[in-house]
Ligand binder design. Structure first.
Ligand SMILES: NC(=O)c1ccc[n+]([C@@H]2O[C@H](COP(=O)([O-])OP(=O)(O)OC[C@H]3O[C@@H](n4cnc5c(N)ncnc54)[C@H](O)[C@@H]3O)[C@@H](O)[C@H]2O)c1
Length: 352
């Protein structure tokens, strides 16, 4: 029997990733597309004929006994309320990243899923990038030797999203570039390491590039439709730098939604004593062998990671088996984000 889905939030990630993916999965019916701005739900239905109904109140979907699961694709702060409501209504949930704005609320969400016996997955889609699986396998096989350090960069030129809107308002987003992009990178690193115990962290965050929102200059701004430079808020990090000590590799990183360096540096470097690798974010990796000094660029196709992620979720709610994107596997990175932000706020190292 097909799984009946309600998609809540019909913005960018819904249109660019989940509607296209869900439309390709035969075992799925998209019974509802919901957005508080009904015109966005209507526009999605025009583009994706598989959508059966449009609604502007997600409770309609929660009260429908036919609905098996909800996709929560709304701004970060609302992940908590909508997900909790959906779980309490007996629905499985696939919630976009980050889990929500902080760790304590994330933990409550995980506990509620457990209490209701429902699957709650988080959209850390890069775990479904084939390159990531390959690197995790290579690490398990010991091909890197001892990975003693990992460096990652998630930096772009002038790229603050929706300046003045939900993305740059801490109460709605939980933070800036660290929670928005950093979560993907740090979660991937922990995943490839096969988990790691965080010992202590130190971090600095900066809000420099758009202190005066009206004079901020940019070439392009994603989420521009939610921007409000006249009356909105910008109280989040546009640049971040941090250091994480673990019982395995230590991790250092820099992230920039905006910087006055015209480069897009989005990668993770793995430093092992036998070999190393650079993973290009969302793409492939190169492997550097210490014994022969060869650079190996493996040949493989990268399947659509959102399609894999959504298939994984549908399989998980069908079998009841928690997969790698289940919230229980993502809580550690949510906790890490909180400690990094705490370190930046206190301007001191945080010992975990
Ligand atoms: N996995 C990824 O790589 C990735 C990429 C982009 C965004 N995201 C995440 O997806 C989420 C949404 O981001 P986006 O860029 O699509 O934002 P967006 O602003 O384009 O879309 C959010 C939509 O949710 C709607 N909405 C808000 N509250 C609602 C409610 N209570 N009920 C119904 N609809 C509601 C808004 O009207 C809007 O249309 C964010 O949490 C973001 O971090 C993840």
């Amino acid at each position: 029997m097909k799984k009946v889905i309600a998609v809540i939030g019909c913005g960018r990630i819904a249109n660019n990733a989940h509607f296209p993916a869900l439309s390709q999965i035969e075992e799925v019916r998209i019974k509802y597309a919901c957005d508080v701005l009904i015109e966005k739900a209507n526009a999605a239905k025009e583009k994706f004929p598989a959508i059966e109904n449009v609604i502007d109140d997600y409770h309609i979907a929660l009260n429908d006994p036919e609905v098996d699961a909800c996709f929560v694709l709304t701004p970060n702060h609302s992940h908590y309320t909508i997900t909790m409501d959906a779980l309490k209504a007996g629905k499985h949930v696939m919630c976009e990243k980050p889990i929500t704005v902080n760790y304590p609320l994330s933990l409550e969400m995980a506990e509620e899923a457990e209490k209701q016996g429902k699957i709650l997955n988080i959209g850390v889609c890069n775990r479904y990038n084939k390159s990531v699986e390959m690197l995790a396998d290579m690490n398990r096989r010991g091909e890197f030797g001892n990975i003693y350090h990992i460096y990652c960069s998630f930096r772009k030129f002038r790229c603050i999203p929706g300046l003045g809107g939900a993305f740059t308002t801490k109460a709605e987003s939980g933070g800036g570039v660290l929670i928005d992009w950093g979560i993907h990178f740090l979660d991937l690193i922990l995943y490839i390491l096969g988990g790691a115990q965080i010992k202590n962290v130190t971090c600095d965050t900066y809000n420099e590039m758009a202190k005066d929102m009206k004079s901020y200059r940019y070439k392009s701004m994603w989420a521009e439709d939610t921007s409000d430079v006249e009356n909105g808020t910008n109280d989040v990090d546009d640049f971040v730098s941090g250091y994480i000590r673990t019982d395995k590799a230590n991790i250092s990183f820099n992230g920039a939604w905006a910087q006055n360096v015209r480069q897009s540096d989005m990668y993770i470097d793995f430093m092992g004593d036998k070999a190393g690798a650079r993973l290009t974010y969302g793409g492939k990796f190169e492997f550097y062998k210490g014994d022969t000094l060869e650079t190996v660029a493996p040949e493989y196709d990268i399947p659509d990671q959102y399609l894999c992620e959504d298939r994984g979720f549908i399989e998980s709610i069908t079998t009841g088996i928690k997969d790698k994107n289940n919230i229980i596997h993502i809580l550690e990175s949510a906790k890490l984000l909180d400690s990094l932000y705490a370190s930046a706020e206190k301007k001191q190292e945080i010992v975990l």
